[in-house]
Design a protein around this ligand. Structure first.
Ligand SMILES: Cc1cc2nc3c(=O)[nH]c(=O)nc-3n(C[C@H](O)[C@H](O)[C@H](O)COP(=O)(O)OP(=O)(O)OC[C@H]3O[C@@H](n4cnc5c(N)ncnc54)[C@H](O)[C@@H]3O)c2cc1C
Length: 534
């Protein structure tokens, strides 16, 4: 095996595979180094297996520090640890977010290449859209990743659709076309009931792929030029063009800091000489969820996962969810909260209706990973997960030790801001309103609250909602921002003050996007590949 490559990619995850494929297919000599294994067994590929991967060795099984916003609980947070990264273990939701999120990203970093109009061609490049009548102005039809939308007909489809409408949500036939507001079909990227891991969807046949190999540090010479990498076993590889760090938002800051790139004062505490004093690990955001459980009036009809009647083979082709709503925080509540947080009135976050929260109805008792309260998955309940999509709270990732295989310290500062608390409350009230409609009431008998608590209604107080979040709030595993564009990297993802080194993963997001991050990361990977090949 050669010890020298034009590009050395640290991390064979979602973006790592896109870059390795595009660069190697264009004739470049590329090495990808991935900490995990290559695994396409049923436990990885089956949609129903995804929730059972937590705690296994194909994931980083991390835990946050105690979060005051979640009642001082530590909650689990995960990342994929295998070739394909988190695309190899995620739940398969496919969401682009809102065009204004990308416009806001471009504005924050002062480079229009990241606005939605410019990102659109990369979204198209990565996708084979499920609806052949979809607009070619919005969607791609020959990309590596195929999508599906509301493809399975579940028994409660019509009732829940009507409930969402009756709750005042507007039907949006095109939630992935740049504006997700309203409610629409739940879109996924399971294909024929199988996962499409990045390492299979993107052709890696011309790249050299090294699995089960952990990068211990990026090697940087005296002229502050990245020259290659060193693995934990001491093996070194040289990069004649560039080192690309794509270890994901949780592990990239760790690798950078271990390489001497990070906050000087923190590095000094670990006796790491500083090469570039940059706010690595700062600006960390993650998205939390809070879930309600609804007792079915007639579980014997087989409406939910766990019931022996809820067993049509096609129900195993993806998540038991058909409709998803994306909603803004009501403007008056948003402005009041923002004032309390002393947000700049010019902040793009306050300018237009944004996709602050997501509300789903799942035909399963889907509890968040860190929830202190859950009900059995026995077909008696459905649930409404509510996800805070655009957190304004920012946390920090730091080193626990200088061991590259140790877990970093995650402190996401969940719900630190009143703006975030107002947003999750608004989403929870929408979820409650949906279930208070006549169509929903025909099928659910009421909310099942945690023991000792009363069921909530949309008329309940802010304090009631806050108390509930403290019990059920959990990570939804959408980590980003920890090597942010504008502060740690420039608008071409180049690490400031170090030559030949880029960060290319969810770490660079300067602001959150109103969706889940795989679709944005595929498009981002395509954008970076085009930039490198220009
Ligand atoms: C449990 C879970 C469920 C999710 N569900 C969804 C969903 O349904 N829809 C959605 O849109 N998004 C979902 N996401 C989020 C989404 O998958 C990720 O945000 C996205 O894939 C991140 O891509 P990335 O390239 O930044 O990092 P990753 O894809 O995580 O890749 C990072 C890679 O780097 C490797 N690595 C790290 N450190 C080292 C090292 N030192 N040496 C070598 N290799 C290293 C890792 O092993 C990993 O393979 C989910 C995430 C998780 C964890």
């Amino acid at each position: 095996m050669s010890k020298s490559y034009e590009y050395v990619i640290c991390g064979g995850g979602t973006v790592g595979c896109v870059l390795a494929s595009r660069l190697s297919q264009a004739g470049h000599n590329v090495l990808v180094v991935e900490a995990g294994a290559e695994d396409y067994s049923d436990q990885i590929m089956s949609p129903v297996a995804a929730p059972h991967l937590h705690g296994t060795d194909v994931e980083y099984n991390l835990t946050t520090t105690k979060q005051p916003g979640l009642g001082d609980r530590s909650v689990p947070n995960y990342g994929g640890k295998l070739l394909s990264g988190s695309s190899g273990i995620n739940y398969g939701l496919w969401t682009r977010g809102h065009s204004v999120d990308y416009d806001s990203w471009a504005k924050v970093v002062g480079d229009e290449r990241w606005n939605y109009a410019n990102m659109l061609k990369f979204f198209k490049r990565t996708q084979t859209h499920h609806d052949p009548t979809g607009s070619p102005d919005k969607y791609g039809f020959s990309g590596p990743i195929s999508t599906t939308a509301a493809a399975r007909l579940y028994p409660l489809r019509e009732q829940i659709r009507q409930a969402m409408s009756a709750a005042g949500l507007e039907y949006n036939p095109d939630t992935n076309g740049g504006n997700p507001l309203g409610f629409g079909a739940f879109t996924e990227n399971w294909k024929n009931a199988r996962r499409q891991p990045a390492s299979q969807a993107y052709d890696l046949s011309k790249a050299t792929v090294l699995t089960n190999a952990v990068v211990a540090r990026v090697d940087v010479d005296d002229t502050k030029t990245a020259t290659g990498i060193t693995l934990t076993d001491g093996t070194q590889y040289t990069a004649t063009r560039e080192v690309l760090v794509t270890c994901g938002a949780l592990k990239t800051p760790q690798l950078l800091m271990l390489s001497g790139i990070g906050p000087q004062e923190h590095l000094a505490r670990h006796n790491i000489p500083t090469i570039a004093d940059l706010p690595v690990g700062e600006n960390y955001h993650d998205k939390i969820s809070a879930t309600f459980f609804w007792k079915l009036r007639h579980p014997e009809n087989g409406y939910a996962l766990g019931s022996p009647l809820f067993n049509k083979p096609e129900f195993r082709h993806g998540n038991p969810i058909e409709w998803v709503a994306t909603v803004p925080t009501p403007h008056a509540e948003l402005l009041q909260a923002a004032q309390q947080d002393q947000l700049d009135p010019e902040d793009p976050y306050l300018q237009e209706p944004r996709g602050n929260v997501e509300v789903m109805v799942a035909y399963a008792a889907m509890a968040g990973g860190g929830s202190q309260f859950r009900v059995p998955m026995d077909g008696n309940h459905i649930s409404s997960p509510v996800v805070l999509l655009l957190p304004t709270s920012r946390g920090r990732i730091t080193l626990a030790s200088t061991d590259p295989t140790a877990d970093p310290v995650l402190d996401p500062h969940y719900l630190d801001t009143e703006t975030d608390r107002a947003a999750i409350r608004a989403g929870m009230r929408v979820a409650l309103r949906v279930m208070e409609t006549e169509s929903a009431q025909a099928v659910v008998g009421g909310e099942t609250p945690p023991p000792g608590h009363a069921p909530l209604t949309s008329a309940c107080s802010d304090a009631d909602l806050d108390r509930r979040v403290q019990i059920v709030g959990s990570s939804f595993f959408q980590n980003g921002g920890t090597a942010a564009m504008g502060t740690v990297v420039d608008t071409q993802c180049r690490v400031k003050g170090v030559r030949n080194l880029r960060v290319c993963d969810a770490s660079v997001l300067p602001v959150p996007l109103a969706g889940h991050y795989q679709a944005p990361m595929y498009a981002f990977g395509e954008a970076v590949a085009e930039m490198l090949l220009a």
